[in-house]
Design a binder for this molecule. Sequence first.
Ligand code: SAM
Length: 343
Amino acid sequence: MAAPRKIALFRLPPLPTIGEVIKLYNLRAEKQLSQNFLLDMKLTDKIVRQAGSLRDAHVCEVGPGPGGLTRSILNAGAADLLVVEKDNRFIPGLNLLSEAAPGKLRVAHGDILTYRMDRGFPKVITKAWEDDPPDLHIIGNLPFSVSTPLIIKWLENISNRTGPFVYGRTRLTLTFQKEVAERLTASTASRQRSRLSIMAQYLCKVKSCFTIPGRAFIPKPEVDVGVVHFTPLAQPQIMQPFKLVEKVVRNVFQFRRKHCRRGIEMLFPETERLELAEVMMHEADVDPTLRPTELSIPDIRALADAYGRLCSENQGLLTYDFREELRLKHLNRRSVSSTQQPV
Ligand code: SAM
């Protein structure tokens, strides 16, 4: 019997520590850019393990900074790592790392909010949506001010199968402010249940991995950090367009403590508000006295389906915004009262 072939494990050659890289390139963290670095390789390894096996995988790391997490991804056996970093001060240090891992690390100076991820990887890695996820992972420890808008953008990309999801159900492992991580994973009736919980969970299996105490970062942020893993669902739990679901959820959650019917009414113009809200609640068969936080994803699906049907029957309903109606009403009132001023 042939002896089992030894798999050559890639290890980075001896390099200056991340602390030394920071000193070498004078990479002071910019407070305005909320830069908080992870220097403890045990922690960066632990984040990387949440992504699953990275052996021979394609990976995009967002916001690599001085490169701690980047080293852990390379040590985990990634074959092709693309890092996207906005701050050019980090590029020379990342290039040094790229030389230490020949052919494995591509460094891009850019903004992840606009970066064309759909062009970042070879088309051959693409898997059909219903198939297993592709061998492509996105990993990142980003500033909180970027991670929330970014996940909202990526959720819309998941719904439309665009951006990083042209390759299939690309998995994400990302850090968030602990409170946001709790909202992303909050279940029905929990205190943290919010818009973000619904939008993330109707499209993905969302898993809260672990919490990193703020003191593990340099400099220490005010808050703790949660690591969250997302796997896009082969079959989204709601089949309506993202913008429609987003509108229903936004309206429902605007009166968080009131019965859900109150927010749903605001989806309709004042003249038909009560009547159409009644039709929608009746068709969806959802208890109108539930609080928004008590609504399950099937409840939201029923509401979105009912609203979708009403939009297809009532031209202009989908673009209706009660705030705009209120604004026009105020403007009208003001112009009427100014024309009635005594001369
Ligand atoms: N990943 C490093 C670590 O864990 O030590 C750095 C983390 S630091 C919180 C966030 C990094 O993201 C910084 O290097 C920052 O320059 C970068 N960054 C911020 N906004 C970005 C954006 N829009 N696109 C790409 N990188 C960004």
